[in-house]
Design a protein around this ligand. Sequence first.
Ligand code: HEM
Length: 505
Amino acid sequence: MTALSMQHVAWLGLFGVLIWAIQTLYVSLRPGLRDLPGPWLARYTPLWRFMFVLGGKAPEGYRKLHAEYGQMVRTAPKVVDISDPSAISLIYAIGSKFMKSDFYCSFDVMYQGEFMSSMFTTRSPEEHKALKQPVAQKFSMTSIKTLEYLVDPCSEIFTATMKEMEGQVVDLGTWLQWYAFDVIGAITFSKRFGFMESRKDVQNVLSGIDLGLRLGGILGQIPMLNRFSLGSKTFRSVLCRLSLPDPIDIVTKMVSEAIKSYDAQTSTTDTRTDFLAYFRQQQKSTGKVMPDKEMMNHLTNNLLAGSDTTGISLRAVFYYLIRNTDIYRKLQKEIDDLNDAGKLSPVITYAESLQMDYLQLCLKEAMRMHPGVQYPLERVVPHGGTTISGHFLPEGTVVGVNPAVIHRDRQIFGQDADEFRPERWLCDEEKAKLMGRHLLTFGAGARTCIGKNISIMEMGKLVPQILRQFDLEWASDEPEWKVETFWFAKQTGLLVRFRERSRNP
Ligand code: HEM
């Protein structure tokens, strides 16, 4: 009996392997995909892609792949990475039928023991619409201006600390991340996390998010295993039991407390303009109750999508400015001239920052050189298939354009695309528009970043605030920063020395 069972198991195993082999061969030899170039192992297994991102060097890796294989590279049996600029308008256009791929499942969060898709992770257009509709207005330009009073204290804490640390070697990268997280806490529920004040990673929120990004970025390369990894409740609870910091747990607790304390307030006048207050005020005026789960979804999403990204972009701005002294001086002069003409407030406002043309070019160019996201923005080819670069791709193929690749395209950005040169944007209108259409810093089309203006506001205020008050110099023994990419391209080693200038606000 036992021998028979063993035999059965062996046959079943063999049968399983056979099915898998046939399916793999079918996918790898599928018309439309079989002729595409790429590493040979990638056509048979997604493991190739898994190994490819493991070292955190995806951006360089993707650039090399395209240099070697051309504009279409097969990176997994059903995945094609694309560097043809004309594909952007097709894949990411507003109204495009290319939906987000299952890669994004890895970033779904758990809430009350259940998985919860966010506006960023959802693959369903209906769910996306339902999530976006109640918050879209809060991200508008007019609304963002009302958030400044929450950002200003963060800028003041930042500059006061740099003054105190004058002459010392400061890990500016860490401080910028702390700043960005404190700002997002302030604008989301009127409460800073307190990273800057306590000068540490409060409750290991940051290291927890970092771990989540690593796991999501790596395991997301094999979405078919998702149900056994990040898509499995058991897997997630094992992670928790390993005492690894769980940022979602900490963040949801913070959000719950903020909601409770908001609801407990006794004053009848509500002058708050943060996101939480907005949702409650909307509820009052329309009578439409936003369920707790949805409220939690939006507030945690802000914290997870809007902080590291801004921190990374701020690091990029300072890094490229410090490494390019002519550009640094030119920008500082723009700020000084406005300051000397009495046109800048003690805490520089968003409106004032928008008057600084060269500053805006520097921000845009730094984020072109170093976009926050440096993995392909994956989408699924819709029903009926599609043709890209003259090549037919069957439906279900996952395609993606990586900002790190397209931003260095010489046809679009010029022969010096690898150089930080804000002046490249001062070209004729047609050329500037062309470059703008290929800038994927904030994604594109229907799923473009909803928080873009919040970040531009934060960065536009902080950068001139610092350059007006301080001179910054590179203070690391290493010639370069270090970048590790797991979805976000995070830098370390941005060590800087601050010196206060005679010119003060
Ligand atoms: C410089 C800072 C930022 C960068 C570089 C950035 C980058 C991006 C990118 C590339 C996408 C598209 C992802 C894709 O297509 O797969 C995206 C989407 C998104 N971002 Fe941002 N982001 C930034 C700041 C923010 C902020 C401050 C918030 C919120 C407070 C935010 C919230 C979101 C949300 C909710 C989405 C999903 C939008 C949708 O699918 O409708 N981001 N972001």
